[in-house]
Design a protein around this ligand. Structure first.
Ligand SMILES: Nc1ncnc2c1ncn2[C@@H]1O[C@H](COP(=O)(O)OP(=O)(O)OP(=O)(O)O)[C@@H](O)[C@H]1O
Ligand SMILES: Nc1ncnc2c1ncn2[C@@H]1O[C@H](COP(=O)(O)OP(=O)(O)OP(=O)(O)O)[C@@H](O)[C@H]1O
Ligand SMILES: [Mg+2]
Ligand SMILES: [Mg+2]
Lengths: 265, 265
């Protein structure tokens, strides 16, 4: 199973939208996917029209150790399952502050469960706290949605530093798969400058022993497309809501870029 | 001095852009403003081209009690001052977890300082943790930037609940000034639906004893405008970078809506 943490501490860059629709795109191409909501906002959960308060346990209970993994998995269709969450997850940061190896709880819970999926995608909150660290310790790969804006660029360095620390101390297999430009508006000078900045940074790292030495900016850009913003209000993925839209096209193209196993050169 | 917390736990809805450019718009109209960065991402600080590591203390030191208020204030021009921050502020959540009345530290530090400004605007991180609580205890009014998307709507109820709790227990004068639609794209069905939802909620609360009984959606919508996303890369406000742009127009119009004191009916 390929397991990917979708993260960026910058808010509103398309983490949830990417986790849902990349997962759905991989499913369209025949893969079996499990999507995990690690954001107390529970937007991945809401995106599937799930009521976070319906009593089904989720990532909060997994981290608190009060539920079995099998009881937390909701089947959406034959290829997509979801582990949802609710706002109580926000308390995890303080509740786990003094727990030994608090970053490893999710990894240990999920690995004990022997999950039978092709892909696991984890949606992270806009922060680099204990919830995101649990995702980084569980995942083997990191996918970073990026809005090609100046403010969007600010935190990327710190994001890489955090990934490096986790790789050094807790999860040696962790690598950065790549960055995907989202809400992309072609042709603006700003976007071109940001892409150049990131490209230069990645090229300079090619021969260094860092988790992002094989990372790249995916050639697929997720274009700004209102259908992507509308689909969660119907509890649907972009493929169920607007299968012929740019949004559906772009996420299918992104899935195609991910599908051949990424072999290091 | 009118003091406003600019917040919404949803990421990427224009909190920083609004704090900077509404502050600048109020300054354009003659007011003296102080802008406070309470987000560890330090994007307000970066927006003014300030190097967060230049050694000048900021909100982290204020909360830790290791610097005097007067040493934290940076003068940008004759009408705008900034209290910046740096990434270390992210540690405040855990460092203050056991401090008595941790939500009131900023309020007490700023009120002891006898600030001489017309407006204070505080930029909050995308969460409702201790940093945002400090802003809510310091402010008298709350301004909520909102993107008219389904996911953007999810957390508004909880945001109001948090404001109500703070008003009840810690800051009885706290009221919700209103919501401002940002990155607005006219004419989409989604936007109209979201606006209707929020309007209905606010109208129903008119006669209730809640902090948002006088709140409204500002008639000024901040239109999506790439100049707003470009200006921080030059360390400038929209008025310095593109004074004739939609962005400048919209923030001036928003300032005009704020300027007559909001008298309860
Ligand atoms: N390509 C796109 N085109 C148009 N709208 C989009 C696109 N991608 C995401 N959106 C919308 O933009 C908003 C932000 O996206 P999303 O919530 O997925 O970001 P996020 O990074 O998960 O945010 P947060 O930091 O709050 O978790 C949402 O309302 C979403 O519906
Ligand atoms: N009206 C607008 N038109 C175009 N771009 C905008 C507009 N307002 C903000 N932006 C851009 O959108 C991105 C998100 O805005 P901003 O960073 O101000 O949101 P935020 O709520 O402060 O995010 P965070 O939750 O990460 O603190 C930024 O890159 C900003 O430059
Ligand atoms: Mg999200
Ligand atoms: Mg911000």
């Amino acid at each position: 199973m390929r397991s990917i943490a979708v993260l960026n501490q910058k808010g509103g860059v398309g983490k949830t939208t990417t986790t849902v629709n990349l997962g759905a795109a991989l499913a369209e191409r025949g893969a079996k996917c499990i999507l995990v909501d690690l954001d107390p906002q529970a937007h991945l959960t809401a995106h599937f029209g799930i009521d976070p308060k319906d009593g089904t346990p989720g990532t909060y209970e997994l981290l608190a150790g009060t539920a079995e993994l099998k009881d937390c998995i909701r089947t959406i269709d034959k290829r997509i399952s979801v582990i949802g969450t609710r706002i109580d997850l926000a308390a995890a940061e303080v509740e786990l502050a003094n727990t030994i190896a608090r970053e490893l709880i999710l990894r240990d819970t999920l690995s004990a469960g022997n999950l039978k999926y092709d892909w696991m995608l984890m949606d992270c909150p806009p922060s680099l706290g204990v919830l995101t660290l649990n995702a980084l310790c569980t995942a083997r790969e990191v996918l970073i949605p990026l809005q090609a804006h100046f403010l969007g660029l600010q935190g990327v360095g710190r994001l890489f530093e955090t990934v490096q620390l986790v790789a050094k101390r807790l999860n040696p297999e962790l690598t950065v798969l790549g960055l995907v430009l989202s809400m992309h508006e072609k042709g603006t000078r700003l976007a071109a400058e940001v892409v150049d900045d990131v490209d230069r940074f990645l090229t300079e790292s090619r021969n260094q022993d860092v988790p992002w030495r094989h990372a790249r900016i995916f050639s697929t850009r997720i274009r700004r497309n209102v259908k992507l913003a509308e689909s969660p209000s119907y509890g649907k993925t972009i493929f169920q809501y607007a299968p012929k839209s740019h949004g559906a096209e772009d996420y299918l193209a992104l899935a195609a870029e991910l599908l051949p196993p990424v072999k290091p050169e």
